[in-house]
Ligand binder design. Structure first.
Ligand code: ADE
Length: 226
């Protein structure tokens, strides 16, 4: 997979790819992530990328021309499956969307700033608009980092124990069951007996029940199919 991120703040989004699982995925050659500074296509001697909005009102709007040029440059080099725009008024990211995007080949992610991008960018180039939640960030970069993390960890070979991604919360529309590790007794607080029993079918059943109970109490909205 290749991800091209268009941003006015490349330094803001570099660090997640220089640590942990994302770095491993990059080092293994499973994913390539490239940052593109939109100011490269900024206008005039100030490298301007935003301007006042037509009709008046507070806040700047990102202009179509630098974005058009950047996307045209990328598209001249390869085909893209999606051009994703990070925006609070997009569709809220969920595990199903992450699964779907994790099997794509090439993605462009456009990070918005200020009041967002000129609507014509969205109409002409963007194929998916994604929000990471009902709150407003100061730019799309942190949202793009969240999206990339959610996608990349699902690509086969990125997480060493592949079943580990399959048993995450949400992967089967249920939250994950509680987990425990050593010691079995810590100052009198103990691990459920069943997990120490070695009876794998009984443990699986217990985990399913726990996942269901946890989902029912915390996120009943996820249980419509059960
Ligand atoms: N940009 C600003 N807020 C955002 C959000 N909640 N999700 C994605 N991109 C954003």
């Amino acid at each position: 997979m290749r991800i091209d991120i268009i941003t006015v703040l490349p330094e803001l989004i570099k660090s997640p790819f220089e640590a942990s699982i994302l770095k491993r995925a990059v080092d293994k050659g499973i994913v390539e992530v490239h940052m593109h500074d939109l100011r490269r296509y900024g206008l005039n001697k100030y490298n301007q990328i935003d301007d006042y909005q037509y009709g008046g009102g507070a806040g700047m709007v990102m202009m179509i021309e630098p974005i058009d040029k950047m996307i045209a440059e990328l598209k001249s080099e390869r085909d893209y499956d999606e051009v994703i725009y990070m925006t609070p008024d997009g569709v809220t990211l969920n595990q199903r969307m992450a699964n779907h995007l994790s099997i794509k080949g090439n993605l462009i992610i456009l990070c918005g700033h200020y009041k967002g991008v000129d609507q014509r960018v969205r109409d002409l180039y963007v194929t998916k608009e994604i929000s990471i939640g009902d709150y407003v960030l100061s730019g799309g970069e942190l949202g793009a980092a969240v999206l990339c993390d959610a996608i990349i960890r699902l690509i086969p070979g990125v997480i060493s124990d592949e079943t580990s991604a399959l048993t995450d919360s949400f992967q089967d529309d249920l939250l994950a069951p509680p987990v425990y590790t050593r010691p079995a007794d810590y100052k009198g607080t103990t691990v459920p007996e069943i997990l120490l029993s070695g009876n794998l079918p009984a443990i699986d059943k217990w985990r399913e029940e726990q996942a269901y109970e946890r989902t029912k109490s915390r996120r009943p909205d996820l249980l419509t199919d059960y």
